[in-house]
Design a protein around this ligand. Sequence first.
Ligand code: SAH
Length: 213
Amino acid sequence: MIDAAERKMRFLYALRSSGVTEARVLSAMEKIDRGAFIRGTFADKAYEDMPLPIACGQTISQPSVVGLMTQALELGSRDKVLEVGTGSGYQAAVLSQLCRRVYTIDRHRRLVREAEAVFRALDLSNITAMTADGSFGLPEQAPFDRILVTAAAEDPPGPLLAQLRIGGIMVLPVGQSGAVQTLLQVRKSEHGLDYNELRPVRFVPLVEGLAQE
Ligand code: SAH
């Protein structure tokens, strides 16, 4: 049996060895307890560097991938961020430590409700969670300084690119579902879009329309 301090040390060590080296990102991930976002049989694996199943047949991403995506967003403390794919709410909670406001949306009402309960319990008051089809973004709050998509599309969705402000950064996995996808960092400037391929990843697919529950 290992104690909580040892568990945390191993968790942070796994992040660093995967390339999560930015101090601010590491301290946000030290502060946000991943265990609070996982229920049931997998709760005892919360501090291991692996993706885990959550409700509605979805997954909470691997902590090192959460860290690398957060780092790739190059967040500023005044940023307004959109996350597509709330899932457990863990990634949104990590983002909330590093920016001004996070809007997070998911097509599953149940996941949004459960994530909101955790945000309240942890007193994370700068996150707004909503049920919506993320392929269309959140036009009423656009433009965003940063956009993170945590489900894979074949190409970056046009409405999301349109809702990114000039000078903004979007991070997202692209590729076919069930296959290895590529994590992309997209920078938007006055001259257009600049694409940077970061690493291979595997995400659940971005699905059209709202879910039944
Ligand atoms: N970021 C999450 C993991 C997300 S898993 C976490 O930290 O736990 C991907 C999520 O994307 C799933 O919850 C799925 O329901 C959601 N999703 C898939 N297609 C979507 C769409 N079109 N709009 C909004 N959410 C979508």
